[in-house]
Design a protein around this ligand. Structure first.
Ligand code: G6P
Length: 360
């Protein structure tokens, strides 16, 4: 079927706006009539049986995998490693006794992932593919599949698939926790509903992000994203988005690592976008911001309701502490979009990039 942009100037903007609906769709699809999680029983068994999860992915899906590790370890107590597919394929680490491989891929066609899957199958290890395309190669060749239900993603820069991947990984983690008898003090579907509302609120304030893009990014050569913990992982995704579509050299760094080298790059006016959405590191990330501001950086702090301070560029609505990445990435997606627009870049089809990479 033909996917249309409708009244949208770009698929990317349309897909950013679709994220609240994708969240609701995921809630629907993964909930049964008793409000329990609806999941293939064999996936549940495989998750319970494994002693370690190996997440294999590339690009934006790799960044979703980093958050997936947080979910699986903190919610389900399953040790998890996250690997870039193209590295893993020729450099297998020492594997645990009962590994479960989780392939995260929007397209389900990425060749770097497939070459890992071929090898892990030879070794007899089970594989779960999490994808937006159920009939895709990685989906067919794995033992199990989970569907993202994000609808077709056309823009090369991935947005709604990334948030859908995190949501599905959270559901997988909660299901595993329940199967293992771990008591949880939150309902994932309720929290995803709150996430959906928060996303909607952000999508209604596009002019703010347009203005941030104008103020910070219309002429700069580079930009840094900093954060700690999951904010750092979301910063990596923010930097990738900005690079992909605006061609600004952008990098994400762990706040505490700046002083070990990168801070040398800070000059008068260098934009530094900081995420401050985690209570336990709110003080430390803010002192990292102070360190760069002292050296001339133009700081842009995106914080969370309740953790915000005067001068923050944007405050996102409060959501469950584990789910903040699903919301905090939206400002970064929108800022990248408007930066690309102001710099006259081809938002939906950036140079040198393909939506799915089927060569190794
Ligand atoms: C390409 C795309 C990226 C994407 C990556 C992984 O490089 O340009 O946006 O994140 O592939 O794609 P996948 O379909 O495996 O998630």
């Amino acid at each position: 079927s033909d996917i249309e942009k409708g009244t949208y100037p770009h698929f990317m903007l349309k897909e950013i706006d679709e994220q609240p609906f994708v969240m609701r769709k995921i809630i629907q699809e993964y909930q049964d009539d008793n409000d329990d999680i609806k999941l293939d029983k064999d996936i549940r068994k495989a998750m319970k049986k494994c002693d370690r999860v190996y997440i294999i992915a590339a690009g934006t899906s790799y960044h979703a995998g980093l958050i997936g590790k947080e979910f699986l370890e903190k919610i389900a107590e399953v040790p998890t490693e996250v690997h870039v597919a193209s590295e893993f394929s020729y450099n297998f680490p020492l594997l645990s006794e009962n590994p479960l491989f989780v392939f995260i891929s929007q397209s389900g066609e990425t060749a770097d992932l497939r070459s890992v899957l071929v090898e892990t199958k030879k070794l007899g290890h089970p594989a779960l593919t999490i994808t937006n395309v159920p009939g895709s190669t990685l989906s067919r060749e794995a033992n199990y599949t989970m569907h993202l239900h994000a609808g077709p993603e056309i823009a090369v820069a991935s947005t709604k698939a990334y948030t859908a991947q995190m949501a599905v990984l959270a559901i997988l983690a909660v299901d595993t926790a329940r199967a293992k008898g771990i008591e949880l003090d939150f309902d994932p579907m309720q929290e995803l509903g709150i996430v959906s509302n928060a996303m909607e609120a952000l999508c209604d304030q596009k002019e703010v992000f347009d203005q941030i893009a104008r103020d910070y990014l219309s002429t700069t050569r580079n930009c840094f994203f900093i954060g700690r913990g999951s904010d750092y992982y979301v910063g990596l995704e923010g930097a990738l988005k900005l690079k992909e579509i605006s061609y600004i050299q952008a990098e994400g760094f762990a706040g505490g690592e700046l002083k070990h080298g990168t801070i040398a790059l800070i000059e008068d006016g260098t934009p530094v976008i900081a995420l401050a959405t985690q209570e336990h590191v709110n003080g430390s990330i803010r002192s990292n911001v102070q360190e760069v501001v002292t050296r001339g950086a133009n700081d842009c702090i995106i914080s969370l309701e309740g953790l915000d301070r005067e001068g923050d560029a944007f405050v996102i609505p409060k959501v469950h502490r584990l789910f903040t990445p699903l919301v905090s990435v939206l400002p970064l997606q929108l800022i990248s979009y408007y930066a690309a627009l102001h710099r006259d870049c081809d938002v939906d089809k950036p140079r040198n990039l393909a939506k799915s990479v089927t060569v190794e």
